[in-house]
Design a protein around this ligand. Structure first.
Ligand code: MD5
Ligand code: FE
Length: 201
């Protein structure tokens, strides 16, 4: 089933097998492990991240951007696994995005106590393309704002196996992840992993 939460924002509850995608993620980590990047202001990000695909999202004191190489190893990011690509394409299609071609997947790891403060995703070249978000592990409360940082947020509970699709007028909306909730699947009880598939180039 598909729930429209706001114009351009769709929740596909229990759309995929979290344990299967967790295994896919684990196979990428030898080549490109999770690490805490620095914000442009020099602070350590609470959320650990890695990437796969043609380019990956990075942050350091020079700013936020997409890079074809992993700054830890100066080698290309692991290629996008075919199973992730087809999952994202089928979710996008269900929400009316007919030919989604993500070239980047940012993988975030939330440990207990870590959160992601409200921000916009605006380092991509084409904002007409949606972002597809996959949640694995502990449930979390996601906060969706409007075009401005302030104002009222809609709280959305994200569970293992859920997909959120952001497109159209919501593509540049502010959003954040407030906290992890106690509920967790057996295959991942300690934290949460979020994958966001994007067309960056
Ligand atoms: C997460 N990740 O749960 C979220 C899910 C990130 C990030 O925010 O930047 O890594 S993606 C949520 C998202 C993406 C693009 C637009 C909007 C939300 N939106 O308009 O609300 O780790
Ligand atoms: Fe974001």
């Amino acid at each position: 089933e598909r729930e429209c939460l706001q114009e351009g924002v769709y929740l596909l509850p229990n759309f995929f097998d979290g344990q299967e995608v967790l295994h896919i993620v684990q196979q990428l980590l030898d080549q490109a492990p999770f690490r805490h990047m620095k914000t442009p202001g020099g602070r350590r990000m609470a959320v650990a991240l890695t990437n796969c695909g043609t380019v990956g999202w990075i942050s350091d004191t020079k700013g936020y951007r997409y890079s074809p190489t992993d700054p830890l190893t100066n080698t290309p990011w692991p290629p996008m696994p075919a199973a992730l690509l087809s999952l994202a394409r089928s979710a996008a299609e269900k929400c009316g995005y007919e030919d989604f071609r993500p070239d980047s997947c940012l993988i975030n790891r939330y440990d207990p106590g870590s959160a992601l403060s409200p921000h916009q995703d605006r380092n991509e070249n084409d904002f007409s393309q949606p972002i597809i978000s996959l949640s694995i592990g502990r449930s979390a409360m996601f906060q969706l704002y409007g075009q401005e940082r302030g104002g009222k947020a809609v709280n959305i509970r994200l569970n293992d196996g859920d997909i959120l699709v952001f497109g159209g007028p919501a593509r540049l909306n502010f959003h954040g992840v407030r906290r992890l909730l106690p509920d967790a699947p057996a295959h991942m009880s300690d934290g949460r992993i979020n994958l966001t598939l994007r067309q960056a180039l």
